[in-house]
Structures are given as C-alpha cells and as structure tokens.
Design a protein around this ligand. Structure first.
Ligand code: DX5
Ligand code: ZN
Length: 214
C-alpha cells in the first residue's frame, strides 16, 4: 500500500522539521489539502506554504484541491513542481477539459469524489485519469470518523477499472488508520492518505509503516 501523509494534520509551528521527518520516512508522497472556504467549510493553506514545502520536500507532492474552479490554478501548481493534481468531480463543470489541461501541463490528473457521489459517475472519465481519490469523510477537516460505505465504493471502483482497462490508481482519504486501512487494502485501494493517524502518533514513521505493510 502506498501512503501519503496529509500535511493538514501536522504541527505548523515547525514546518521545516515536519518536512525533514517526511523526507526521512517511508512515505511515498506528501498530501497537500487546499481549501477555499467555499467548496468546503474551512480554509487551509495556499501557494506561499506550498512553495515553502516544495523547496524542501523530497517526496512527490500530491495536491488535493477542495476549491471551486480548480482549473484556474493549474499553471501555479505545475510551476511549484506538484506531481499529482486532484480535483473534485463536484467542483468541475467541464471535468474532461480540466483533466486534459492538468495532463497537458505535465502533471498526473486525479478526480476526487465526495461520500455522496456515486462511483458510476466516473465511468466516462475513468480511462482519462491517473488517479481516483475516494473521500471516506466529508472533506474539510482532519480527524473525522471513517465512513464504512467507502469500502464498498473502493470495491466498485476496482471493478470499474478492471472492466474498462483503466490505469487509474485508487487513493482513499479520511479517517484512515491501521484497521480501516486493512479494509481498504482488501477492497483494492492502492494508496491511502493519513493525517491524524500519522501526525498524532508518538512515532509518525511507525504509523506510516503500519499502513505500508497492508
Ligand atoms: C479532509 C482532508 C484529509 C484530511 C485527512 O478534508 O482531505 O486529507 O487531512 O485527515 P485524517 O486522516 O485525520 O482523516
Ligand atoms: Zn485530502
């Protein structure tokens, strides 16, 4: 299982040390949660922080945009060296165009769905994306409780990917720990995002490793 720790749940008083810890860890990438207070009921961080992180982070950056009109920010994220740009299906009026703009900019393109958005809505875009991110909490905050139905959605998505021959990876975000992570692994997830489980752990890399082995 690939693991992408969510910076949202880290201690911001010492961002440099946090990133050094991630660099030394077994994490596969670093998950950046961008929120605008419109698409989700919270505001997190934007480009000045991403720029600072990008300068020192040696892991690939995985940006999760919980914002309206995410297509506006494709050039900025590309210029900062972001590897994967995840946009919400619910935030894109022209999802196919946005996915192609992300790919043309040289990034990997991901589409994210909220807990109430059905997997079948992805059937006409699944062959065009590098990743699908299934939200297993309602986006906006770290530390929420895992929604069990997400496991069924991962299974359904795995079947859709198989049926269509898509190369998309399955990522899951929200309430992931060793026990929910195991269920997700069994259902066919390729990658989990973990915020509070990693950053509230006495040894964050131990928590990362407990997910990697799933
Ligand atoms: C929620 C964010 C998540 C969050 C995960 O809107 O997208 O990435 O930081 O935090 P945990 O793992 O604590 O649910
Ligand atoms: Zn996220």
């Amino acid at each position: 299982m690939q693991v992408s720790p969510s910076l949202l749940c880290a201690d911001f008083t010492n961002l440099g040390e946090t990133i050094e810890m991630i660099n030394r860890s077994d994490a596969d990438m670093l998950h950046l949660d961008v929120m605008d207070g419109v698409f989700v009921p919270n505001i997190s961080f934007g480009f000045p922080i991403i720029k600072t992180v990008a300068k020192i982070c040696k892991k690939p950056l995985d940006a999760h945009l919980m914002i309206v009109e995410p297509q506006k920010w494709i050039p900025q994220l590309r210029d900062l060296g972001v590897k994967i740009m995840n946009v919400h299906q619910e935030a894109c009026n022209h999802l196919h165009r946005t996915i192609y703009q992300i790919r043309e900019a040289g990034m990997e393109a991901g589409v994210t769905i909220n807990p109430a958005t059905p997997v079948m809505l992805l059937q006409d875009i699944i062959c065009d994306v590098d990743m699908v991110l299934i939200m297993s909490v309602n986006p906006g905050f770290g530390g929420q409780k895992f929604i069990p139905h997400s496991v069924d959605k991962v299974r359904e998505l795995r079947a859709l990917i198989k049926r269509t021959g898509s190369k998309a990876k399955i990522q899951v975000d929200g309430g992931v720990n060793a026990s929910t992570g195991r269920l997700l692994a069994e259902a066919g997830a390729d990658c989990v995002v973990a915020g509070s489980y990693v950053f509230n752990a006495p040894d964050p890399n131990e928590a990362i490793r407990s997910l990697k082995v799933l």
